[in-house]
Write a protein that binds this ligand. Structure first.
Ligand SMILES: [Fe+2]
Length: 347
């Protein structure tokens, strides 16, 4: 089945080369660009195709897809773009790359904060950015964002570089909640509490907890599930087992979340099928498949997260909305630069 579902080799080559592409059939197909990996997306698309008879042609790429859609302009063959980070979703709308999603599922299935007010993007899953703390060295079961700026955390924090989209999202969320001045003071103290200059990815920070080089790492929730179940690299199971998750501000204003989501291309050749795909991705079945495969939180909140995800505690999302947070990305990036966050502790 998968062979016929895949984009033809010639078309794929044309897309990769960035040259003009042959016209897609006007019915029976939907063209997808996905930042998200095949292991996660292909089972969903196979189920969609089996249920609807609509063939899904997919181009997977780690980055550059929004740039590609922009460069293709009116000739873009893309119907649906699957991406991560609210910044990309809001950015696509701002760049005029989207058209409104018209399926009633958008508003029936998603709370208002999880879709664009004009329908230009839909969240499909949520990921929380949380604290991973050492099981051995950290007794606290509740922590706030302000706590990690306190002197008792000196030399004990670790995170990936501040200019990564995940940390920009976190800092932007703090600016939305606190304003720039308080966030600057906080981020300065967090920088000075780092064990060393930030480096590596989220999983690497949890490894650093096992190795004893830090006690509290800032990382996204789903990596706990991905590491605990990583049979290809079983050492990651030990990294994950050395830490437990604490949801920042769980007893206060809530934990920062980001979204993975979808939008329909402005020049989508198959808009009806694009809407059918979005409707499917918001169904209980797809939401459950997606949540179970990636340990993210379903954007449709009536669907339960995977059991493992639930075992980390209850997520209380930040009162600051996704779009409000996305609006402070530039200010967040400017603070990271100003404070030379990536150079590590300075006091
Ligand atoms: Fe990630």
């Amino acid at each position: 089945m998968t062979k016929t579902m895949r984009m033809s080799a010639a078309l794929f080559a044309a897309l990769i080369a960035g040259t003009a592409v042959p016209a897609f059939a006007q019915s029976g197909e939907v063209n997808v660009y996905s930042y998200r990996e095949p292991g996660l997306i292909q089972p969903l698309l196979d189920t969609f195709s089996a249920e609807t008879g609509i063939k899904a042609n997919v181009l997977y790429a780690g980055d550059g897809l929004l740039e590609r859609v922009a460069a293709e302009g009116e000739l873009s063959p893309v119907d649906v773009v699957l991406t991560v980070d609210i910044g990309n979703l809001v950015g696509a709308k701002e760049q005029g790359l989207t058209q409104p999603i018209t399926t009633p599922a958008l508003t029936e299935r998603l709370a208002p904060e999880f879709h664009d007010a004009d329908g230009n993007w839909a969240a499909l899953s949520l990921r929380a950015r949380v604290f991973y703390v050492s099981k051995d060295r950290v007794p606290e079961t509740a922590l706030t964002y302000e706590d990690i700026a306190k002197p008792e955390w000196k030399g004990r924090l670790c995170t990936r570089p501040g200019d990564h989209a995940y940390n920009i999202g976190l800092i932007a969320n703090r600016i939305a909640a606190w304003g720039v001045d308080k966030t600057r003071t906080w981020l300065t103290a967090v920088r000075d509490n780092l064990a060393s200059a930030p480096t590596g990815n989220d999983r690497g920070q949890v490894k650093a907890i096992l190795e004893g080089s830090c006690d509290l790492a800032i990382a996204n929730t789903y990596y706990m599930g991905l590491m605990l179940n990583n049979d290809a690299e079983p050492e990651q199971k030990e990294w994950a087992a050395s830490a437990r998750i604490v949801y920042p501000d769980a007893n206060g204003d809530g934990t920062q979340v980001n979204a993975a989501g979808a939008f329909i291309g402005k020049y989508a050749p198959n808009p009806e099928n694009a809407n059918k795909l979005i409707e499917f991705l918001l169904s209980d079945e797809a939401q459950q498949l997606y949540a179970d495969a990636n340990y993210e939180y379903p954007a449709v909140t009536s669907v339960k997260p995977a059991e493992l995800t639930q075992s980390w505690g209850e997520l209380k999302p930040s009162k600051v909305s996704l779009t409000e947070t996305a609006g402070f990305r530039d200010e967040a990036a400017a603070l990271v630069d100003e404070l030379k966050f990536n150079e590590g502790p300075q006091n």
